[in-house]
Design a protein around this ligand. Structure first.
Ligand code: PLP
Length: 414
């Protein structure tokens, strides 16, 4: 994904906004200005309708039924998998595992790949800007297996120190796990470069793509990553559904991590044998309508054009950054050269939670807190930030509303 994209056709954000019924409401007597898409995107009508259609007409359990509804549900579910394969340009649907979200995808790799294979002397390398979902599963594996966790630091702009990362990448490194985009800072991490370096040093790479997929096309073959995890709800799809892409050769060698229905071929009390990919990793009844909704979200986003969306968001980011830079007392946290549509900041003398409450009273929804990235807060020596994040439906008027509401907060705290 690129930070800046060429725009060819005008992007009509007002028209896009109209596709999202939830945005038409008033909050605290003001029109809702939703600037929290990094936490969760809203769903367009196309997604809501796809889920409703599935639930109304096609629902049954998948895979095992011979009756018409079960076949329809199986077709919808496996069709969604093919849709995800195309979205990521993966080679095969055998490489697309449905999970609950990015968190579960990362835990799957931690427990199925790292836990049985890594041991004392082995290292897992992450970076200083990771979400807790890409820290804690590795800490758990280190405790379970005796391997060690190494952290490549970030600098004051919120960029990964690539020089230090390359120094930390040694023959002991078995896996590099890195965010494609930082949720707390917006930094776009040069993952392709990291993947190439890791592979030449013999390490595998997992990319946490939770914040990247809504902001640009991701091609797992072009990236060359071994694993790529993301969540449906940040991509304008439902919650409780996500994807783990894994290279087929690796998934093939990995043992299942959860046991139950669907992941088996045969079961006896003496021994069970396992299903083929990708079902080997999908124990139990899956989130069928979630997968259907996710596929509809991908159709929707591609109909807008990922490049056009990214270019629009970059314009909003540039506008908001310029406005906030002009406001005394505001400090932007995360000033990387390449950022996705995330703007973290603090207001002098005002706790981010108070700021969030004031903005909410003006109908402006931002997120405040540590954003599940406590080590990033520790690095910048702050307890929390306020974070505005932009999605395909945000407009310049939303940025102006943010600036006006911030002006009011500054009058209170300035
Ligand atoms: N990774 C990053 C960078 C995120 O921003 C998030 C969520 O905010 C996650 C992982 C975890 O996503 P989920 O809670 O949907 O599993």
């Amino acid at each position: 994904m690129n930070a800046v994209s060429a725009v060819t056709a005008p992007y009509d954000a007002e028209r896009v906004r109209a596709d999202f019924p939830i945005l038409a409401q008033q909050v605290n007597g003001h029109p809702l200005i939703y600037l929290d898409s990094a936490a969760s995107g809203q769903r367009p009508l196309a997604v809501l309708r796809a889920v409703e259609r599935y639930e109304t007409h096609h629902h049954s359990n998948v895979h095992r039924g011979v009756h018409a509804l079960s076949q329809a549900a199986t077709e919808a579910f496996e069709g969604a998998r093919e849709r995800v394969r195309r979205f990521l340009n993966a080679r095969s649907t055998r490489e697309i595992v449905f999970v609950r979200g990015a968190t579960e995808g990362i835990n799957l790799v931690a427990q199925s790949l790292a836990r049985p294979r890594f041991g004392p002397g082995d290292e897992i390398l992450i970076t200083g800007l990771e979400h807790h979902a890409n820290i804690v599963p590795w800490q758990m594996v280190c405790e379970q297996s005796g391997c060690a966790l190494k952290v490549a630091p970030i600098d004051r702009r919120g960029e990964v120190d690539i020089g230090r990362l390359l120094e930390l990448l040694t023959a002991r490194t078995r896996l590099v796990a890195v965010a494609h985009v930082s949720n707390a800072l917006g930094t776009i991490v040069p993952v392709k470069r990291i993947i190439e370096a890791a592979h030449s040093s013999g390490a595998l790479v997992l990319v946490d793509g939770a914040q990247a997929v809504p902001h640009g096309a991701v091609d797992v073959r072009e990236l060359g990553c071994d694993f790529y995890a993301f969540s449906g709800h940040k991509l304008y799809g439902p919650t409780g559904i996500g994807v783990l892409f894994g290279r087929e050769e690796l998934l093939e060698e990995m043992p299942p991590w959860q046991g139950g229905g669907d992941m088996i071929r045969t079961v006896s009390f003496e021994k069970s044998t396992y299903n083929e990919l990708p079902w080997k990793f999908e124990a139990g009844t899956p989130n069928i309508s979630g997968a259907v909704g996710l596929a509809a979200a991908m159709d929707y986003l591609e109909s807008l054009g990922l490049e056009a969306v990214a270019a629009h968001e970059q314009r909003l980011l540039a506008l908001a950054t310029a406005e906030l830079e002009r406001m005394p007392g505001i400090e932007i946290i995360g000033t990387a050269a390449h950022k996705a549509a995330v703007l973290s900041f603090t207001l002098r003398g005002c706790h981010p939670h108070d700021l969030g409450t004031i903005l909410d009273s003006e109908g402006v929804a931002i997120r405040t807190g540590h954003h599940c990235a406590m080590p990033v807060m520790t690095f910048f020596d702050i307890p929390a930030t306020a974070r505005a994040s932009f999605g395909c439906y945000n407009t310049e008027a939303d940025v102006r509303a943010l600036v006006t509401a911030l002006g009011k907060a500054r009058e209170v705290f300035g």
